[in-house]
Design a protein around this ligand. Sequence first.
Ligand code: ZN
Ligand code: ZN
Length: 644
Amino acid sequence: MNQIAVTLPDGSVRQVPAGTRVLDVAESISPRLASAALAGLVDGKLVDLAFPLKHDASVKIVTEKNPEALTLYRHSTAHLLAAAVTNLFPGVQCGIGPATDEGFFYDFVVPRPFVPEDLETIEQKMRELAGQDLIYERQMWPREEAKKFFAARGEPLKVQLIEEKTEGQSEVSCYTIKDKDTFIDFCVGPHVPSTGKLKAFKLLTTSNAYWKGDARNQPMQRVYGTAFFSDKELKAHLTQIEEAKKRDHRKLGRELGLFTFHQWAPGAAFWLDKGTTLYNTLANYMRSVLFPAGYVEVKTPLIFNKALWETSGHWSHYRQNMFIIDSGTLGEGEEMAVKAMNCPGHMLVFGSEVRSYRDLPLRLHEQTPLHRNEASGVLSGLTRVRQFSQDDAHCFVMQEQITFEVERLLGLVQRVYNDFGLPYEAKLATRPPEFLGEIATWDSAEAQLKVALENAGQAYTVNEGDGAFYGPKIDFDVTDAIGRKWQCATIQLDYQMPQRFGLKYTGADNAEHMPVVIHRAIFGSFERFIAILIEHYAGAFPLWLAPIQATVLPIADRHLEYARSVRDSLKAAGLRVDLDERQEKIGYKIREAQLQKIPYMLVVGDREAAEGTVSVRTRTGGDQGPKSVNEFVALAQQEIERKH
Ligand SMILES: [Zn+2]
Ligand SMILES: [Zn+2]
């Protein structure tokens, strides 16, 4: 038998007979590795352990320690779910069942919707099948035979998938669990070797779904689950889900009186007084960060002639996401659209004056509302909205200023996230396969971004090929208090838009040059960032953000007059203060203030009125004893100043 050369990750080379399986390679390295093995990477491609090596290749054994492993493991768990469902509910049709960032799901056509008891039964069946350690086997079926087989089983959706995904192939890949009678799916895999590898999984919920996500198609039931390599990780994840439910910004937004929605303005929040206070606090905070850093604030129109969107390119690529104003009400050539992003307007601002190199960097900041026509089905709280504002800015720079400007920006990003106690990571996204412009320009831009990241001491990962078609970018993910990641800030270089708008400045050489634009936002949208903050803080905002910072609680009516004077002095000192004048017991008032997550409760009774003090309590129940009004103001101001 002919021998082939297998190169292992440590660089060593082994001669093995052609046809040797990846699992055999693992075994030849060590039995422990073989028993931990889930799959293999052959020349960088993820394959089953049973994959036969036919020619020289590099081989890496994938265990749960490798980043590829979790997705594969969850996909295999999705198959286990489908096997359990088809065994328990004969006649159920299978749709698709991929792994997701959070776990996995599988879609089914069922005669009746699943109920919670079904999930328990299904999960029980999954455990039973896992306990039997059944083999996942890849089988190559002649394409026509596979189609006939699935058609005969009453699985037209699988037949449709085979037709769409394997055109021109003579064989199609299927996976069984144990045998085709127990479970078979049309799937390219790869999978774990057997069900016994699947240990820590849990079914979570069901929801309505449609074939291919299109409401015109067949209704289906989606079963969501999650899977981890250990019970400990699974438990931590389930705790996180529970915690996330408690912190849900839609629930807290209502309870804390921050915002509301109405069906007549889908995807657009009504900011109530407390929410508006929070919003404005953030808006002004961002100004306080940006103005000293050389930004100026502008306000550009909300509605523009379509000529602007044609020039920017949005008319041809983005029109379906924009609100177009009914042309019937407008004259010839007056077709208008509501602003979906600030960039094109800022190009006009730049172009409105003759610019010289001395004007650069020019940094335009804008917070006016934007509108995007998101499908009503995806609207959700403040995270998916139709109307929002960004802490948006466009920095117009010379090519050679990119490093300088980006380095400064990285400093701003760090400062802002530190103020909110949000750890974050940076990802550099480079030239995608489809791009505009010259490779040399891209290379230089990417090199400048790297230098900026290194100068700023900012750790980062590289997402090769993930840049926008108009330039490379740096994206930032923040991690909230319960460990979830959210993408917020972005820094994007753009060579295209200045060109489309014919922007120029006069250089030191007296010649005309084109500026580079840096699109950048740190919060992203105010709406989404507020959602993140509500969930991050669980509604208990630090003092500087709390819509109501303190509430004065008189013990009895005879203390009202003194309580009002306390409130007025605190207001005069710039604090946001409430007074609970209701004739309720003090215990009740304290509990209410705690539910509203107000940082400080200032109880006033006979002694306080006589001594000119307040008894300070925190929302977490801490009693800080009596303080003079001035003393409390000073402490509060210090706490606001330090933000944490
Ligand atoms: Zn599959
Ligand atoms: Zn922009």
